[in-house]
Design a binder for this molecule. Sequence first.
Ligand SMILES: Cc1cc2nc3c(=O)[nH]c(=O)nc-3n(C[C@H](O)[C@H](O)[C@H](O)COP(=O)(O)OP(=O)(O)OC[C@H]3O[C@@H](n4cnc5c(N)ncnc54)[C@H](O)[C@@H]3O)c2cc1C
Length: 228
Amino acid sequence: MLTSSVRWGGGSDERPYLPRAISVLAAGDGQLSFVLEVVGPGTERLVELGAGDRLRLLGPLGKGFTAPDGDRRAVICGGGIGIAPLAMLQHQLLAQEVELVALLGFRDGAHAAGAKLLAGAQIATDDGSVGHRGLVTELLLAELDRDARAVIYSCGPPQMLEAVRAISVASGVPAQLALEAPMACGYGACFGCVVKINDGSFRRTCLDGPVVSADQLATDWLLGEGQR
Ligand SMILES: Cc1cc2nc3c(=O)[nH]c(=O)nc-3n(C[C@H](O)[C@H](O)[C@H](O)COP(=O)(O)OP(=O)(O)OC[C@H]3O[C@@H](n4cnc5c(N)ncnc54)[C@H](O)[C@@H]3O)c2cc1C
């Protein structure tokens, strides 16, 4: 959970009361790296910070991805700013010599520049300006057709994660999904980030996730996204 230290308050020239959930892109040599997409006040104030400015950080929090068991390879499938945790995952899996492919989807060529954060990724763009014209899940289906001996690792917009969940359930290929629910505290106190699982109960994304197994999610988990 990240937030700038300055301009605390609710006014337009003050920082938001709540921190924002942000994935670690890379860690090492005493440094943490992040990649941000500005969508509102929290991310805007974080990208405004300059060298020497202070920010508040709480973490690491939550449960992350786990490496594939046995002889399955990793199929990384990401979209938009969801590439952030997948870059670190790729780095860790390559260090463990896990066979993998990376498939990344973006809305246009400008956003596709983020694909550089992963090595050797196949790209899909909505407008066809870079790589395959269409959805990254089309690349995923082709990849699973080629070889279904895989674990899917996914992070991206909720609609993309729902498509990956449905592909995983239909194909029987296990998938680990990193959910992006709005979070207020980040450590389980506020219950603001709950998601419905397949026994009808709710789990806190911050504490029990953000990575969940696709077969644990309720088929209508996405409906709750619009009700927050
Ligand atoms: C576990 C986790 C990891 C995350 N990692 C990252 C990361 O590495 N980098 C990053 O940039 N973000 C990341 N996010 C998303 C980020 O926390 C949210 O986008 C956050 O709400 C942004 O805060 P804000 O104040 O800038 O915008 P808000 O005030 O929360 O939102 C402003 C407007 O943008 C819309 N909006 C909110 N989120 C998004 C979105 N993701 N895409 C498009 N529109 C949106 C809202 O509906 C609203 O209209 C992560 C979220 C989670 C839960």
